[in-house]
Design a protein around this ligand. Sequence first.
Ligand SMILES: C[C@@](CO)(OP(=O)(O)O)[C@H](O)COP(=O)(O)OP(=O)(O)OC[C@H]1O[C@@H](n2ccc(N)nc2=O)[C@H](O)[C@@H]1O
Ligand SMILES: Nc1ncnc2c1ncn2[C@@H]1O[C@H](COP(=O)(O)OP(=O)(O)O)[C@@H](O)[C@H]1O
Length: 363
Amino acid sequence: MSDSPRTQYRTSPPAKLNLFLEILGRRDDGFHELDTVMVAIDWRDELQLEMTATPGISLAVQWLPSRSEVASDLGVEPDDPLLDVPTDGSNLVHRALELINDAAGYSGGWLVRLGKRIPSGAGMGGASSDAAATLRLAAAALASEDDGCLATLTGDRLVELAEQLGSDVPFFLGDVQSVEPTVANDLLRGNPGTLARALGRGERLTFYDLPHPHRFGVVYPAIALSTAQVYRHASVTEQPRSGLDAVNAFLRPHDNTDTEILYNALTRPACGLSPPIGEAIQCLRELGQPNASLGRHRSHCQMTGSGSACFIWLTPDGESIQEQRQSNDVNEAWLATIRERLPGGALVQTVATCPAAPEIHIA
Ligand SMILES: C[C@@](CO)(OP(=O)(O)O)[C@H](O)COP(=O)(O)OP(=O)(O)OC[C@H]1O[C@@H](n2ccc(N)nc2=O)[C@H](O)[C@@H]1O
Ligand SMILES: Nc1ncnc2c1ncn2[C@@H]1O[C@H](COP(=O)(O)OP(=O)(O)O)[C@@H](O)[C@H]1O
């Protein structure tokens, strides 16, 4: 490949929230059998790939808008390890490129720029989403440079590679099963799929179409938890709940004001490891909905994944476009109040549901 100007492949990997997570049992492979319901949200990283003639993977990572601004919001020093993201082979973006190089027999190189907004160790799937986006961008690049790759890198093949990268990674490929098994369809437009129930390790996915977007207030207290450590402190229940109840609550949102919908079996062990997580959930619960005037009294609050991020469901009984417009004004005041009430620094945002596999831009 000559060193002429290179084509850039870009996408914006979304984060995710676990609306429900039940642990069904411990597996022989050291993982846990799960029943979890995940939804993608528009709290996004930025990822850009270019193919290069020189072999090797060059990965540059930076926090957006800047490391110092993110550190300031979190109330930590800019050099705090909380903000360290690897640029070597331990970054899932790097590992995804190694896998796809082997799968496609590609011997050239990659130039990668990763802009981070999704906090690490937050239970928001940042690394997993970056990994899935890398698989899709690299497949798009290889398919545009070499037609032979279209036959090799089908949606199903990308799912196999995603499963090797992590339990949450397949979710961020979107509903690959619902489109023709060709790479081109999946990659450029992005796959359908916003909300999914996941069984197994998290790789057996069923996607559902949401009748309208849902909104959440998300709080990331300045705490990074090890997923493995939280699982180690979790217990298996004798009477598991079903994720289908949470799916139905989000598909038919008009009668949820008084029932507890959100559940996470990892919340108790995570709060045991880090009590400020419980404080953050309580702070959200006490403050409640920003639209209290609309008569929504119950506050649906929960931790996502293995933590430490927590969230409040802002649209438990559906929401008109008119209310959404009003909400945007109300939300800024609500966000400011949350930041004041939380002990210590935190990243606080209102988010909306979005496709798990975002569209790809080529320039
Ligand atoms: C907890 C969840 C909930 O969606 O998300 P996060 O909190 O990481 O975002 C997932 O189960 C995390 O998936 P992922 O982040 O891909 O974890 P992996 O790399 O596959 O596994 C990390 C470690 O978590 C534990 N693990 C993960 C998944 C699972 N079903 N059982 C487990 O016990 C294992 O100890 C494993 O070594
Ligand atoms: N692309 C990436 N972005 C962020 N963290 C990454 C990435 N690749 C690997 N990591 C590592 O993964 C861990 C956090 O993964 P992440 O998915 O962001 O959190 P969680 O699993 O809690 O959702 C950190 O230890 C971090 O060093």
